[in-house]
Ligand binder design. Structure first.
Ligand code: OAD
Length: 240
């Protein structure tokens, strides 16, 4: 019998889609409306900082109007009740996992509600705009940028993520297209390290062949169903 103790969950834009936040690569997704090279690279920021700051100011404001959906709530419940190790690694830069109540969350691509001071390296919680070059609360300089990992930059906390993958019995990927590395490679790493792998998505992702099992449907339906199944034994991890 294959008992599960330690779980790593990777989430992507699809888990926030039912909260009304655009995904990146679906029809009408963000990267159809804006070119990555214009708004999501260090070069774009150096070339036209106002365009980039305005883009993220709009996104920062928009996500604060959104609410967690049933999938975020189900993962928060799992986090609260799961007795083993659990880590929600999210590629999302919204705070909907946290607002649903999840604690064990790692934002590998940064967070909209943080500003990063490139002068003193401090990160500060930030809910307002950056376009007017506000002062850094730590050093008083005016070199704040969105705390977002842009293309060409290194995702955050990779050592912690690989540490969790090494200990994982179960790796679950939710709402991500598997198009962006290194996150897209986690399923292969987890599987090679001995974890069971499960995909929960609206459609098959690019790395779908690496998963032992795929369940297709909207996250707001299939994530709560999976969590209920997992917690079925009142916190006693059942076999997968
Ligand atoms: P994508 O937009 O690439 O993929 C979203 C996935 O969610 C697709 O596979 C959809 O089929 C699926 N999906 C859409 N609606 C869903 C729903 N209601 N329920 C379940 N699944 C649904 O977004 P990500 O994979 O998160 O990086 O993109 C990865 C990274 O690329 C992002 O973090 C961002 C982006 O460029 C940076 O900005 C660094």
């Amino acid at each position: 019998m294959n008992r599960i103790r330690n779980i790593v969950i990777l989430t992507g834009a699809g888990i926030s889609a039912e909260s009304g936040i655009d995904t990146f690569r679906d029809g009408g997704g963000l990267w159809e409306k804006h070119r990555v090279e214009d708004v999501a690279t260090p070069e774009a920021f150096a070339r036209d900082p106002n365009l980039v700051l305005r883009f993220y100011d709009m996104r920062r404001e928009a996500i604060q109007q959104k609410e967690p959906n049933a999938a975020h709530v189900a993962l928060a419940e799992l986090d609260a009740r799961w007795p083993g190790d659990l880590l929600i690694v999210t590629q999302n830069v919204d705070d909907l996992h946290e607002r649903a109540g999840a604690r064990r969350v790692l934002h590998m691509h940064g967070e909209h509600l943080n500003a990063w001071c490139t002068a003193c390296d401090a990160r500060s919680r930030w809910t307002g705009p950056l376009i007017d070059r506000p002062e850094c609360p730590r050093c008083g300089g005016r070199a704040l940028r969105p705390d977002i990992v842009w293309f060409g930059e290194m995702p955050y906390r990779m050592g912690e993520i690989y540490g969790a993958l090494r200990g994982a019995d179960l790796f679950v990927s939710i709402g991500t297209s598997g198009a962006v590395y290194p996150a897209a490679g986690f399923v292969r790493d987890a599987r090679e390290l001995g974890a069971r792998t499960l995909e929960l998505n609206l459609e098959r992702s690019q790395g779908s062949g690496w998963f032992h099992e795929t369940r297709l449907g909207p996250a707001g339906e299939i994530v709560p169903a999976w969590v209920e199944e997992l917690l079925g034994g009142a916190g006693d991890p059942p076999p997968l």
